[in-house]
Design a protein around this ligand. Sequence first.
Ligand code: RB5
Length: 147
Amino acid sequence: MVGRIFIASDHGGFELKSVLVEWMKEFGFDVVDLGTDSLDSGDNPDYVRKLCKSILNDSSKGILSCGTGIGTAIAANRFRGVRAALCTNEFMARMSREHNDANVLCLGGRVQGDDLAIGILSTWLNTAFSKDERHIRRLGKINDSDT
Ligand code: RB5
């Protein structure tokens, strides 16, 4: 069961975000769009912060997009409890859920076409964490690895 989904982007991921919001609404997901709302240049850490705070408060999942997905992934992984995965194909999307229990998916609006992005999103939303002991152990070690 997928709960509420938060989504945010900067200008580089704005057009992709619009496509993904429309697709999720069509399939009945409870989507909360945190912006941006235009192609005007902005700073993706501002949107990442909003999204990470929201998913951590709500124990839900989030989608981020920027031009490449890289900036949002780097910024999101600074938030304790966020496991953000930049995925460029459906295999990565499946693995990021089964093995890494990713709670944020990052996509690049300038990286792949809309159809592949939707395939990645659909795979990610429909794949559960495996709960295998080795993966739980590894996630525990990440949680314990303060710098
Ligand atoms: C904005 O031009 C671009 O740098 C940003 O969207 C993102 O790709 C950064 O990682």
